[in-house]
Ligand binder design. Structure first.
Ligand code: SF4
Length: 193
């Protein structure tokens, strides 16, 4: 579904947000359309902790700017380590990312179920570096586990990327140069030489 389709949805939506650059266009759209959405920050994949805090604080800044509820979770890198055992060798968009998406979306779905949300979704595939299909598949699996409907939304259309670009510039939002985990961090470092 496209972002405009969410306007026909009735009920409370929980949205997993990964970082401010990916979520700001979505949050702007949600606020302008008065959609009942709560932001959920569960990203144990992010390494190191200083980076986690930096990304989280930027998302909190966006949530406050638009007056959208924000739910924080603890930093639990052991969750990510456990879920990706033996997958460190995988390339980005491979099995390690499948496990990473599933972990984060399952937690979101279960939180939605336990806290009376009607749906859940995410900003994981906002970036064109991510596979829409991979995130969508993980969302469907998380839906089966949590028994809460997953809204499979393509946020890349309807001008949201242009909006995000402008907000990032205006608000001077921190833009990271690696996906998040220790493997992507090391790869970025190696590429920089
Ligand atoms: S590259 Fe990104 S999506 Fe893939 S495992 Fe690392 S943090 Fe998760």
């Amino acid at each position: 579904m496209l972002s405009n389709d969410i306007l026909n949805i009735k009920g409370k939506i929980l949205i997993l947000v990964c970082c401010a650059p990916c979520c700001c266009g979505v949050v702007d759209f949600i606020a302008k359309n008065k959609i009942d959405v709560t932001l959920f920050f569960y990203n144990p994949n992010i390494y190191p902790e200083e980076e986690y805090i930096k990304r989280k604080n930027e998302v909190i800044r966006i949530a406050k700017l638009y007056n959208i509820p924000f739910i924080d979770t603890d930093y639990t890198p052991e969750d990510y380590a456990q879920s990706t055992i033996g997958l460190g060798y995988c390339e980005e968009r491979g099995k390690r990312c499948d496990a990473c998406f599933l972990l984060r979306l399952t937690k979101t779905g279960i939180y939605a179920r336990d806290n009376n949300f009607d749906y859940f979704t995410s900003t994981l595939a906002v970036s064109r570096w991510k596979s829409l299909e991979q995130v969508s598949n993980a969302g469907k699996k998380a839906e089966k586990i949590s028994h809460v409907p997953y809204l499979d939304i393509n946020w890349r259309k309807n001008g949201l990327q242009e909006t995000a670009h402008n907000i990032i510039k205006e608000q001077e939002i921190y833009e990271q140069d690696y996906c998040g985990c220790i493997y992507s961090f090391k790869k970025r470092k190696n590429n920089l030489g």
